[in-house]
Design a protein. Structure first.
Length: 74
């Protein structure tokens, strides 16, 4: 949850220390900041699946979500 919050509101980039503390206090109140400190295991896998003409099919799998795309290699 914290990661999503920070992507939309990167408060550390533009707030001073006092403002950052205020934001983090609010996040702790709603148990959002504590969630960011939990260790997560992320699995990543990149494969080159097929060669078709001048293209490679690249597959990226992260947390059981697979995305494929084609890349020209010439």
């Amino acid at each position: 949850m914290y990661d999503i919050f920070y992507r939309f509101y990167p408060y550390k980039l533009f707030l001073g220390k006092e403002g950052q503390n205020a934001v983090e206090d609010i996040l702790e109140t709603f148990s959002v900041l504590n969630d960011s400190k939990v260790k997560r295991t992320v699995t990543n896998k990149v494969d080159v699946a097929k060669k078709i003409d001048d293209f490679l099919e690249i597959s990226i799998k992260r947390d059981n979500v697979k995305t494929s795309f084609h890349v020209s290699y010439k």
